[in-house]
Ligand binder design. Structure first.
Ligand code: NAP
Ligand code: ZN
Length: 352
């Protein structure tokens, strides 16, 4: 066991503060990673503030962070995929039972015994797992990813959640050239959705509540931008979409978007608002539309996504911040004021 510096919250209302956590020494299959960058996902904020208290109550102290990119510093005796000095990444998953049908299918995110990167029971040290707002992490190599060397590391970190969470449903629902895709909410997830949809050749329309993001949306790859505060503007697109990805973190009207789908179109929710959303069944019956959800992605698909990003030179647009600015970053995240992901430069933690 060794001590690692980290930033943690001690209650739903307290700010982040510098702290020390314990990490296990690498066992035979483990990789020890020195963290270079960690993205800030809106899920980190939901969890730190206990906004998902019904489903996943937060255990304090809490160290969030599941967009982890770093360098391997130590490996266990049986590790095969990594060596010291390699770039390596960890996303939302650090373990699963490896035997269930989901694990066998490479869909570890749907394993009933998956272990998330933070706030999940830690079978090694007891207590809960601690995430990437830290200088170091130790993870079984099965859950560690290779990062293409051509990608900017600060911008590649968010691929581990924002990237895979948008790539996976697009892949599953067959987004490709000739399809019309909507992306609702131009935040961390949404802007990756736009990049992937564009890279896959689909016609891409962004729905945003922020008129100031229009130019950026076009630059990121959107063909059209609709300001979603205006219901008439939304309805002009009725019945025209094959697929809509909703990445909104707050309460909002999803029925307006379901009505934009054509026959057999699919609306997938990846945003995880605190409260249930009312869905009009009639919106689904007519045109045999479907409404679905999607959770991050499995380990093989995450590697596939990283390789796709390496090939197409896709990274997240990031604002790099020192960890000392994490409280300020959270306040801005609540106001949809980030372009388009905060990436924490973990060298700032060493300077403390
Ligand atoms: P984010 O960066 O804060 O982006 C959310 C975007 O939603 C905002 O930028 C804003 O875009 C839009 N928005 C915010 N408030 C709104 C409102 N009241 N009405 C309509 N639109 C609003 O968050 P994120 O990190 O991308 O995460 C988005 C959600 O996905 C969170 O709930 C997160 O927990 C969840 N998530 C789910 C998974 C999964 O596996 N399913 C994985 C990661 C995250 P505009 O300014 O363009 O309107
Ligand atoms: Zn996330």
């Amino acid at each position: 066991m060794y001590k690692a510096r980290a930033y943690s919250v001690s209650s739903a209302t307290s700010p982040f503060a510098s702290s020390t956590i314990e990490r296990r020494d690498p066992t035979e299959n483990d990789v020890q990673i020195e963290i270079l960058f960690c993205g800030i996902c809106h899920s980190d904020l939901h969890q730190a503030r206990n906004e998902w208290s019904g489903l996943m109550p937060t255990v304090y102290p809490c160290v969030p962070g599941h967009e982890i990119l770093g360098r391997v510093v130590k490996i266990g005796s049986a590790v095969k995929k990594f060596k010291a000095g390699d770039l390596a990444a960890v996303g939302c998953l650090v373990d699963s039972d490896r035997t269930c049908p989901e694990c066998k299918a490479g869909l570890e995110q749907y394993c009933p015994n998956m272990v998330l990167t933070y706030n999940f029971p830690d079978k090694h040290l007891g207590g809960v797992t601690y995430g990437g707002y830290s200088e170091s992490v130790v993870v079984d190599e099965r859950f560690v990813l290779h990062v293409p060397g051509n990608l900017d590391p600060a911008g590649a970190a968010p691929l581990l959640c924002a990237g895979i969470t948008t790539y996976s449903p697009m892949h599953h629902w067959g987004v490709t050239k000739g399809k019309k895709v909507g992306v609702v909410g131009l935040g961390g997830l949404g802007h990756m959705g736009v990049k992937f949809s564009h890279a896959l050749g689909a016609e891409t329309v962004v729905f945003t509540t922020s008129p100031g993001k229009k130019e950026d949306a076009l630059r990121l790859g959107a063909d059209e931008v609709v300001i979603s505060r205006n219901a008439d503007e939304i309805q002009k697109q009725a019945g025209s979409f094959d697929f809509i990805l909703d990445a909104v973190a707050a309460d909002h009207d999803v029925n307006a978007y379901i009505n934009l789908l054509r026959r057999d179109g699919n609306f997938v929710m990846v945003g995880a608002p605190e409260k249930p959303l009312p869905v009009s069944v009639f919106g689904l019956l007519f045109k045999r539309r479907s409404f679905s959800g999607s959770l991050i992605g499995g380990i093989p698909e995450t590697q596939e996504m990283l390789d796709f990003c390496g090939k197409h030179n896709i990274t997240s647009d990031v604002e790099v911040i020192p960890i000392q600015k994490v409280n300020e970053a959270y306040e801005r995240l609540v106001k949809s004021d980030v372009k388009y992901r905060f990436s924490i430069d973990m060298a700032s933690l060493k300077a403390e």
